[in-house]
Design a protein around this ligand. Structure first.
Ligand code: PHE
Length: 336
């Protein structure tokens, strides 16, 4: 009977501790199921006198009933707490954090993909250039006024941070045999003060096509295809006469304004057009500097500013936002 008391006490202790339905299941098996000791206790009654048998028999039945009641009570409690802790699928999920490409690089890759689909291959050139590649070979002699427009960061004498990706034109021509079509992305540097549209470091993509028979028509068709794919089918391009020492003829290329559709509005300065790049037919002098026979080949080249195109594409008003590392700005481009 001592054992019966202990059995009861351990039951009470364990049932209080049970905190999950699986704990409860285990206790049910242990105290009222197959593993319980009630049969054992009832068998022991045989050893007692009729009077004791009556008292203890009653006691055994009463405790067993009480256990069943307590188990049922605890079951209900556990059931309701487990229900409450179940996943609420109406709550917003926990979002993982993921980084993203910088908008300028996103735009760069997007532009490159379009040109690759037109058969261009991607090449690269060094950011530290010699004066020869950056200027002389591109028909910009030391005292040429065009050097003022591209004031640079000079390193050792004769070396500078490239002011545009055009020196890669020469490097590519030295490396490849025509005909070829290349695009060259990369960082460029100019000694410009930061303002809303200038940054001392920026990205360009240079395009160069060299073959026997290339005309302004090829240039125009290529750029039109690019603009339509990048900005949208409805956009138009316009060539204005321009000047670059390394192209002849040269053109400034505009895209029709996406805000007003070309009618003129505040975003395009009421002109209906936005300037996107410089281009032209490769100057014979450039071919000569690259070691080509200028009688034998023709080509076109263009250079576009990636920041500028990104700003036009996404309506970004200040170039400085690209380099401020403001996560609220950058995460808007987490679009893949
Ligand atoms: N390199 C010129 C610039 O940075 C752009 C350009 C490239 C123009 C190729 C014509 C041909 O302004």
């Amino acid at each position: 009977m001592q054992e019966l008391e202990e059995y009861w006490e351990s039951f009470q202790e364990e049932i209080q501790k049970a905190s999950t339905l699986s704990d409860w299941n285990y206790l049910k098996g242990k105290y009222v199921g197959k593993k319980s000791r009630w049969g054992e206790f009832l068998a022991k009654l045989k050893e007692l006198s009729p009077e004791e048998k009556r008292v203890w028999g009653k006691k055994i039945n009463q405790l067993k009933k009480e256990m069943e009641e307590l188990l049922e009570e605890r079951y209900q409690e556990l059931l309701s707490t487990e229900e409450k802790s179940e996943v609420d699928i109406t709550l917003p999920g926990k979002k993982g954090w993921s980084g993203s490409f910088h908008p300028v690089l996103l735009t760069r890759d997007w532009i490159l993909t379009i040109f690759q689909s037109l058969g261009f291959r991607v090449e690269e050139g060094p950011e530290i250039e010699t004066e020869f590649y950056n200027f002389e070979a591109l028909n910009i002699p030391p005292d040429h006024p065009a050097r003022d427009d591209q004031d640079s960061f000079y390193l050792a004498p004769g070396y500078l941070l490239r002011t545009h990706t055009s020196p890669a034109q020469i490097r590519v021509m030295e490396k490849l045999k025509p005909p070829f079509k290349v695009v060259v992305p990369g960082k460029c540097y100019r000694r410009d003060a930061f303002d809303a549209t200038h940054s001392p470091m920026f990205h360009q993509i240079e395009g160069l096509v060299v073959a026997r028979d290339i005309s302004m028509g090829d240039l125009k068709g290529t750029l039109e295809t690019f603009v339509r794919r990048f900005f949208g089918e409805e956009r138009k391009i316009r060539f204005r006469p321009g000047y670059f020492p390394f192209t002849e003829p040269s053109a400034e290329v505009d895209v029709s304004c996406g805000v007003c559709g070309g009618k003129g509005c505040r975003s395009c300065g009421y002109s209906g057009w936005l300037e996107i790049l410089g281009a032209g037919l490769v100057h014979p002098q450039v071919f000569t500097h690259a070691g080509y026979d200028s009688q034998d080949v023709r080509g076109f080249a263009f250079g576009l500013g990636v920041e500028r195109i990104t700003m036009l594409k996404f309506g970004i008003k200040d170039i400085r936002w690209f380099w401020e590392n403001d996560v609220q700005f950058l995460e808007q481009f987490n679009i893949f």
